[in-house]
Design a protein around this ligand. Structure first.
Ligand code: GLN
Length: 308
């Protein structure tokens, strides 16, 4: 029988080469300080058992992996039809922070909730009388899914993003001008930047993925954290949009619902089998972890995790 621990250790060893082919995110100054040589992986099964290898203990900011949880919350709080009148679920062939489609395509609606414009709009639609309440709702769901109440926002990364986040401001002001969002832009972005700056390690993200692998049920208590239908929609949209304009290649190479963040993390879901997380801060041109992608590709091949 295949020994999962032995496999994960081997994947880390065999893929270190790729850490030197990519670059840490430079547009958020604090992220450019990350060590590109880090490489870690965790896998959590549907009973909550976990296996780790490499730099799995290293904390990093989850960045766009938070978009998965914002999407879960917004689906819980709105009907799908009401939601898609504001945000579509269509793949994008442009970068995650592209502004061009907001003006030229799709009647000014963001193409999907996995890119920045869509995630910013999604947060505004999450239940909560104030933006702070919306933040707390999404942040608590992150902590519940990660099965870790101690997660915190990394203040240095948050302040770095806030200082340099003019592209996100441009996206949000554009959406406000077209009626896509109707809340105060600075406060909304503050929530977005804080969610991106939540710090976690591979096991936390593998546990979050395991909840999706269990269709919204907690592997620890069996409690339903969100509806099966929500889990299905989220996994479908992760598959088609989770790696931005790299989603098609990821589907071919890895064949699992995935979501990356520019902190170097990727969350992947093997339905009814495993939740997986990788860390590798050296990114490819599209903002996806290069070595992380390669490890997932190998893991998927060795364990036959392709869903297609
Ligand atoms: N905080 C990042 C940004 O807004 C998130 C992007 C990402 O992880 N791809 O640009």
């Amino acid at each position: 029988m295949l020994d999962l621990q032995e496999l994960l250790d081997r994947l880390v060893l065999e893929n270190r080469f790729w850490c030197h082919q990519g670059k840490t995110a430079a547009y958020i100054p604090e992220l450019s300080k990350q060590d590109p040589a880090l490489l870690g992986i965790s896998a959590c099964d549907i009973h909550g058992r976990i296996w780790n290898a490499g730099d799995w203990q290293k904390p990093f900011t989850i960045q766009s992996i938070s978009k998965v949880v914002s999407f879960i919350c917004v689906l819980q709080d709105n009907s799908f039809d009401a939601l898609t009148s504001k945000i579509s679920v269509a793949p994008s062939s442009d970068g995650f922070n592209s502004i061009v489609n907001l003006e030229t395509k799709n009647e000014h609606r963001p193409l999907n909730p996995m890119i920045n414009s869509g995630a910013i709009a999604a947060i505004s639609l999450v239940r909560g009388a104030t933006l702070e309440e919306k933040f707390q709702r999404i942040f608590s769901m992150i902590k519940i899914m990660a099965h870790n109440d101690d997660l915190l926002v990394n203040q240095a990364v948050y302040l770095s993003e806030k200082r340099t986040g003019d592209r996100n401001r441009a996206l949000a002001y554009f959406m406000k001008s077209t009626g896509g969002i109707d809340v105060e832009v600075d406060e909304l972005l503050d929530v977005y930047f804080r969610l991106c700056s939540v710090e976690a390690a591979c096991p936390d993200i593998a546990r979050m993925a395991a909840v999706l692998a269990c269709d919204g049920k907690s592997p620890w208590t069996g409690a339903s954290l969100f509806a099966i239908k929500t889990a299905r929609i989220v996994k479908a949209v992760m598959t088609t949009c989770g790696m931005y304009d790299g989603s098609g290649e990821f589907a071919v190479d890895v064949g699992m619902p995935g979501k990356s963040g520019v902190g170097g993390g990727i969350m992947a879901v093997s339905p009814r089998r495993l939740g997986i997380a990788v860390l590798g801060p050296a990114l490819d041109q599209k903002g996806n972890s290069l070595a992380g992608w390669k490890m997932l590709q190998r893991l998927s091949g060795e364990l036959d995790l392709q869903i297609f």
